[in-house]
Structures are given as C-alpha cells and as structure tokens.
Design a protein around this ligand. Structure first.
Ligand SMILES: Cc1cc2nc3c(=O)[nH]c(=O)nc-3n(C[C@H](O)[C@H](O)[C@H](O)COP(=O)(O)OP(=O)(O)OC[C@H]3O[C@@H](n4cnc5c(N)ncnc54)[C@H](O)[C@@H]3O)c2cc1C
Length: 364
C-alpha cells in the first residue's frame, strides 16, 4: 500500500505529489490523459498561483508566460481600465500542467498516465488497469465526481464554459498587450488575454439558460459574440487555432455543499469547490489544496482536518467570488457595477484584491 494515492494529475494533484515526494512520502499519481492536453480555462495566473508555482520549482516565465498588469472591463461598446493591484501572468494549461506533472515526477512521485479511475471504495481505487490502495487517498480529478465518491449537489442552473486559442492581427495583439479584458455579457462573461507564443486565449462562461437561448451550440455563441462590439473588432482577423472550441458543461460554482467531504478521501482543487472563474483564482485554490493536503499527509492527519484547514483558507474567497459572479449576472447590478467602475476605476482593483486567497503561511 502506497502512502498517498493521488487520483488526477492536474494542478492540485501534481502539487500534492511533488510536495509529498519531496517530504519523503511514497506517492502514486494516476492520470487518465497520456500526455499534455488543453483544458477549458481563462489561463490567467494570479499572484498567489504564481507564488505557489515558484515554491514548487516551476517558473512560468521560463515557459513563456506573458505579464498582465492591467484589467479592462468592457460592457457593450464602453470600456474602463485600471492597473491590477498585483502582477499576473498568462500561460496555457497545456504548458503549465505538463511542467508541473513533470516536476512531480522529478521530485520522486510515481506517475502512471493513461490510467482512468473508475470508482473509489474507501482506500481502494478501481482503475482501467486494476486496483490501487493508499493509506491516504487524494481525489484531484477536477470538476466531475468519480463513482463511489460522495456526489456534490448540483446547483439549479449550472454554467457552460468554452475556450478557444487565436492568432491575432498585430493591431489586436498591441491592443491586448499587458491586459486581461473582461467582457460582461448577458448571462455570463468572456475573458481575453495573451498567452505564450503570441497566442490569445478567449474563455467564455455562460449560464446554461443563456446558452440554450443562443441555440445551445457554438455556432450560435459565435454569431452572438461577433455581434458584441469589442470582441467583433478584436477577433475580426483572428485565426482560430483549434478546429472547434473546447467546451465543458454543468459547472457548479460556489462553496462546497454541506456534507460534501465526509469520507476518508481528501478532496483537492475543483473536487473540493469551484470558485467562480471570473476572479481568476481557481488555479491558486487548486495549488493551495495541494500544499495543505501534502502537509496533512506528511503529518499523518486525516481528511477531516485537511478539509477544515482548506475551508478556513479558501472559504472567504469563494463566497466573495460567488456573490460577485451572481451579481454580475443580473442586468441591473451589471449596469451599476460598470458605471461605478467608470466613475471610480480603483473599484475594479478593490474587487480584484477582495477576491484573493490569503497568503500561504508555512505553519498556519
Ligand atoms: C471556464 C473556466 C475558466 C477558468 N479560468 C481560470 C483562470 O483564468 N484562472 C484560474 O486561476 N482558474 C481558472 N479556472 C479554474 C481552474 O481551471 C481550476 O480551478 C483548476 O483547473 C482546478 O485544478 P484541479 O487540479 O482541481 O483540476 P483539473 O485541472 O481539472 O485536473 C484534473 C485532472 O484529473 C484528471 N482526471 C479526471 N478524471 C479522471 C479519472 N477518472 N481518472 C484519472 N484522471 C482523471 C484530468 O485529466 C485532469 O488532468 C477556470 C475554470 C473554468 C471552468
């Protein structure tokens, strides 16, 4: 039996694997994908996420990450811009997740790729290649539960997410340089920013009912996006770099439902809770959960203790982000928020600061 059996090799699972292996623990990480892959994500790396990555020995700038210093809020044909209160970076998940799982392997974790976990029963995981047992089981499989894990309650109206990479015209590149652009839309938002290799990432989050009203497919969404002033201008001469966008449905944002984490397994990253993507802190929470889980495994603490520590460190961020996202989905709040930001741009920086994770303290 291995000390730590980690299911899923995204940011949360790989961070935990890296730290447990560094601390002398025996780790087996199972990841269903066989190699580097794209994920639906805004690819905005917050200051907290960058700090955790550096502690793990991954330098995003070495992977080509692009600095982001400003935030632009777009509503219809209007825009307001302000400096971010922290330095952020743009980097694809394709590059980032691969670097981190590589880091976990280099730290001494055993990594098995192309292995799908099909069920969990206490300390035993069933997989496409047989059973594995762990004294500690860390579930880091992302948004969707695996069989046998206590399922999270679904919120009434989930969200859908899309991501597309583009090669932009030189004028559009210049327009975007150094900025994260958030476009407020009916029923959701779009985020656009530069990432490595001169590419741009467009990420869109829509409430399920708003998506259904657009016809429930990407064609409808694209036609609608092309009708929104800012995106129409920026994407006019853009070359899409995927044949079709990546999509994900049933996103249930918000704090973890009551009774969600009462089993013996530790739930990491999005398996624990999905903070609204708008604030760009989901990756930081995933990494933070990896740090806390590793600390608990190495100290022989149980899943209950781990979940309490994680709730204490991430709860406020998730609640504030959820209030902000819910508010921006209401037309009246959206209008008021835009005009408030227009009259007093530092309000944007305040909102960005208020939705950050507290600093990591080694002995907290
Ligand atoms: C639309 C959208 C936009 C976002 N934008 C941002 C942003 O700009 N900035 C930010 O910080 N956060 C953002 N996030 C949040 C961020 O993407 C997540 O919080 C983060 O990826 C969570 O990491 P994770 O390790 O928990 O899960 P994941 O990154 O999803 O990793 C889970 C891993 O488990 C593997 N896996 C899944 N099932 C199995 C199985 N059965 N067996 C074996 N392996 C399995 C998967 O292949 C994957 O590698 C966004 C999220 C969404 C949905």
């Amino acid at each position: 039996m291995t000390d730590a059996l980690i299911l899923g090799g995204g940011l949360a699972g790989s961070a935990a694997a890296c730290l447990i292996a560094r601390g002398g623990g025996d780790v087996l990480l199972l990841e269903r994908e066989t190699g580097a892959h794209h994920k639906v994500c805004g690819e905005f790396l917050s200051v907290e996420a960058v700090a955790h990555l550096r502690q793990l020995g991954v330098e995003p700038l070495d992977l080509g990450a692009v600095p982001i210093q400003r935030m632009r809020l777009v509503w219809g044909d209007r825009a307001v811009e302000t400096a971010l209160p922290f330095a952020a970076l743009g980097l694809s998940r394709h590059a980032l997740d691969e670097a981190l799982i590589g880091r976990a392997a280099a730290s001494g974790a055993r990594i098995e790729r192309g292995v799908r976990v099909t069920g969990l029963d206490g300390h035993t995981a069933r997989t496409s290649v047989g059973e594995h047992h762990g004294r500690h089981v860390l579930v880091a499989t992302g948004k969707l539960p695996i069989r046998g894990e206590r399922p999270a309650a679904r919120i009434a109206n989930g969200h859908v997410g899309f991501k597309m990479h583009y090669r932009l015209s030189p004028a559009a590149m210049q327009h975007l340089a150094g900025a994260i652009v958030l476009v407020l839309l009916e029923g959701g938002y779009a985020g656009l920013q530069l990432i490595e290799d001169g590419r741009a990432n467009l990420c869109l989050v829509l409430r399920a009912d708003a998506f259904a009203q657009l016809g429930g497919d990407w064609q409808g969404v694209r036609a609608w996006l092309e009708g929104t002033g800012f995106l129409q201008r920026v994407l006019a001469d853009a070359q899409p770099l995927f044949e079709r966008p990546l999509a994900i449905a049933n996103l249930s944002y918000g704090p973890p439902p009551r009774g969600h984490a009462t089993g013996t397994a530790m739930l990491l990253g999005d398996r624990w809770a999905m903070t609204p993507s708008l604030t760009g802190d989901g990756m930081a929470i995933a990494l933070r959960s990896g740090f806390l889980a590793a600390r608990c495994v190495l100290a022989g603490r149980d899943a209950g203790t781990y979940h309490r520590l994680l709730a204490g460190q991430t709860g406020r961020q998730i609640i504030r982000a959820t209030v902000l996202q819910n508010g921006l989905e209401s037309p009246a709040f959206r209008r008021a928020a835009y005009w408030l930001a227009r009259m007093h741009a530092p309000v944007l920086a305040y909102a960005a600061r208020a939705t950050r994770l507290p600093d990591w303290r080694e002995n907290a």
